[in-house]
Design a protein around this ligand. Structure first.
Ligand SMILES: N[C@@H](CCC(=O)N[C@@H](CS)C(=O)NCC(=O)O)C(=O)O
Length: 236
């Protein structure tokens, strides 16, 4: 049987932006294939790719009927909305659906950009500017505190209601690289409820394999300026 759709993303490593998509697909029992021939920086610049995905970025998604979609969160939404667990993943009432969207927006605008601004110079992928990184770190920690505060309420097992939803998958996607790269044990100590929630989430069948669990969390924070960067790591 043809897969539900094809995902275009780097094949060299699991991109954090696709983990929420793969987890939603697993929970909905949808088979998604990843184009094995995709080459980052090459395939996404071809005329064929641009004709389907004009922004030329990853991740991107195509169904057998020719429906093309870009933006990781839109793809995750579409996959979540396309199977038997759509109501669980997207919310059962207008209020729940709005809360799920609130956390998706939180992940995309508070976690991702600030987390990436910290880890990118650390990995040698962008120039280090102390003031800029410190500002983003203050915003990243502010977002973590907000998440920690939410999860420390006694009834909070998941972000919305008492069921895992796309809110959890989206926030976890945003935290994957920070947790692996720079949130070392000292950093994590301030966020025990986030770590418990993370472990609970990755223990769920279908989610753990989408995130390539067991995920090895950072043991030592690399130098902020990239002087300890692993230069062998590439996107292609
Ligand atoms: N808002 C987009 C961002 C996608 C994005 O920036 N992808 C990067 C890789 S992480 C990319 O494809 N860059 C290629 C380029 O800029 O040409 C999403 O969430 O999917």
């Amino acid at each position: 049987m043809a897969p539900f759709g094809t995902l275009y993303t780097t094949v060299k490593f699991l991109h954090a932006r696709v983990t929420k998509i793969l987890a939603a697909a697993n929970l909905n029992g949808l088979d998604i294939s990843i184009d094995p021939d995709f080459k980052y920086g090459v395939t996404n610049q071809t005329a064929e790719y641009i004709s389907k995905f004009p922004h030329g970025k990853i991740p991107a998604f195509e169904t057998p009927s020719g429906f093309c979609l870009a933006e990781g969160s839109a793809i995750a939404y579409y996959v979540a909305d396309s199977g038997p667990r759509r109501n669980q993943l997207l919310g059962r009432t207008p209020e729940e659906r709005a809360l799920v969207q609130m956390w998706i927006s939180f992940a995309d605008s508070q976690i991702w950009p600030d987390g990436t601004a910290i880890l990118s110079p650390m990995m040698g992928s962008s120039k280090y500017d102390k003031e800029v990184v410190e500002f983003h770190e203050s915003q990243f920690v502010r977002a973590l505190r907000r998440l920690e505060q939410h999860l420390c309420q006694s009834d909070k097992v998941w972000l919305v209601r008492d069921e895992l939803s796309l809110a959890d998958l989206s926030v976890a996607s945003g935290l994957l690289w920070p947790l692996k790269i720079f949130m070392d044990p000292e950093y994590r100590k301030d966020f025990p409820n986030i770590i418990q929630w993370w472990e609970r989430l990755l223990a769920v069948e279908g989610v753990g394999n989408a995130f390539d669990a067991p995920v090895k969390l950072a043991m030592k924070r690399p130098a902020a300026d990239g002087s300890e960067a692993d230069t062998t790591r590439t996107f292609s």
